[in-house]
Design a protein. Structure first.
Ligand code: ZN
Length: 447
């Protein structure tokens, strides 16, 4: 069993965020002690990991330094599918107090489990996230993440109660009611996906409600989908709500693996619970700090479903400078790209976030867009449907053509690719109540 190491930290139990400022040498000691423990536990209890270690001729005792983590075998998402539902669990089901699942795009979901101690860790990392974003007791928080099997809603919920905030567990959807609650309940802070919040900004406008004048919402923690700095600027200028990024994934714990502080300059990883590496996407060898690669995470204190060297598919880099906030936990650059979201068109790798950046750099567009891929005469075609604002709508055909050209040029500058631009009427691109759908790949249906 992994010991309750966070109790040992010179009695530092509250506020939980004190752990973010642990002296770095002590932090590395804690990481190494936990890495050894989690490697031994997983080797003993999880067949898949033990077989892979044995195949490499490795034993848990071969981990003597933190750098030794790079000897250990990787885990990937299909491992969770292949062992569905409980094959990676390291404790008996009687010790599992919570199950969550994430919907896969195909077939069975992946299932994750938590012991009572895992739930406590989860609560604490969310509390640290919320403190870092300036939330406190006295805040009235509208939690718009989906409740249920998805880790977002209940994950944030636990931490919000932990800091003593007043939680409104509203979940996503019913946008006009969301705005009514925000106004009538005196909401001061929110949590949710950034794309849904942008939809709410428009909903408020339609209802004649001005965020700055009529609402008290000052800050928001946004995540569960990659988003860009341009999107943050849009949210902050359109609503006056200071927007903080949170990072996590169900396979690791859910939200709360890392979070932005008041500096909004990269996400601090809660390194006492999660050991982060960044590896080259092709060679899978560690890259130097500051270089982009795939984020790989080892859970250091998870009991029910420890994961060793989990390949997240998220592309980022370690920040090389110290953060102005004084936290000692290392930061990663905010993730705007998942290698899963990448599409290849005419041999060029493109991420939806690049299209988003191009569109938001061109004035007059809202961050509502859809990328449609088709094939014509064997050649890939990219169409980008961009929704424009009501004020932009004009009978002047020339002006609309100019706007199309500006969008097309901006996309070409960033991706090097030609895209056919279709201007869509306000409100016609489907809104999502959770994660936004940005890509429609119809290349198998066309030719
Ligand atoms: Zn910081």
């Amino acid at each position: 069993m992994i010991p309750h190491l966070w109790n040992d930290l010179e009695g530092t139990f509250f506020p939980e965020s004190a752990l973010d400022y642990m002296p770095e040498s002590r932090l590395r000691e804690v990481q190494l002690q936990r890495l050894k423990a989690v490697t031994a536990l997983t080797y003993e209890k999880v067949k898949l990991f033990r077989e892979r270690m044995d195949a490499k001729g490795l034993k848990p005792a071969d981990v003597t330094t933190l750098a030794d983590v790079s000897k250990l075998p990787f885990m990937v998402k299909t491992d969770l599918r292949d062992t569905y539902p409980y094959g990676l669990f390291a404790v008996p089901m009687s010790d599992v107090v919570r199950l969550h699942a994430s919907s896969g795009t195909t077939g069975k979901p992946i299932v994750v489990g938590y012991t009572a101690q895992d739930m406590e860790v989860w609560k604490q990392v969310i509390m640290r996230t919320l403190y870092a974003a300036g939330y406190s007791r006295g805040d009235i928080v509208q939690n718009m993440y989906g409740y249920g099997l998805f880790t977002g809603g209940l994950g944030l919920h636990g931490g919000l109660e932990g800091i003593g905030a007043t939680v409104i567990p509203i979940s996503g959807g019913n946008s006009e009611r969301q705005i009514m609650v925000m106004k009538d309940f005196g909401v001061t802070a929110i949590c949710g996906t950034p794309s849904y919040f942008i939809h709410l900004i428009e909903t408020a406008q339609k209802m004649g409600i001005d965020f700055r004048r009529d609402l008290k919402v000052k800050r928001g923690v946004f995540g569960a989908e990659p988003w860009t700095d341009e999107m943050r600027k849009y949210i902050e200028s359109a609503s006056g709500v200071k927007a903080f990024d949170i990072y996590g994934l169900s396979e690791i714990i859910g939200p709360g693996v890392g979070a932005e502080c008041e500096c909004q300059d990269g996400l601090h990883i809660f390194e006492d619970h999660f050991l982060a590496e960044i590896v080259d996407t092709k060679t899978l060898e560690p890259v130097p700090d500051g270089t982009e690669g795939e984020l790989v995470i080892t859970t250091l204190s998870k009991q029910a479903m420890p994961v060793i060297r989990y390949r997240t598919r998220d592309i980022t880099a370690f920040e090389t400078s110290r953060c102005g906030c004084g936290r000692t936990c290392r930061r990663i650059r905010r993730i705007s790209r998942r290698s899963d979201d990448m599409f290849i068109i005419r041999g060029v790798n493109v991420f939806p976030s690049q299209i988003e950046t191009a569109l938001l750099k061109t004035e007059s567009s809202l961050p509502h867009y859809l990328i449609v891929l088709t094939r014509k005469g064997g050649l890939d075609q990219m169409e980008v449907r961009v929704e424009i604002t009501g004020e932009m709508l004009t009978d002047n055909v020339g002006a609309m053509e100019q706007l199309q050209k500006r969008f097309g040029k901006s996309i070409e500058q960033i991706t090097g690719l030609h895209a056919a631009i279709t201007l869509a009427q306000p409100g016609t691109i489907p809104r999502s109540e959770g994660k936004a759908k940005r890509l429609l790949d119809q290349r198998n249906l066309t030719n």
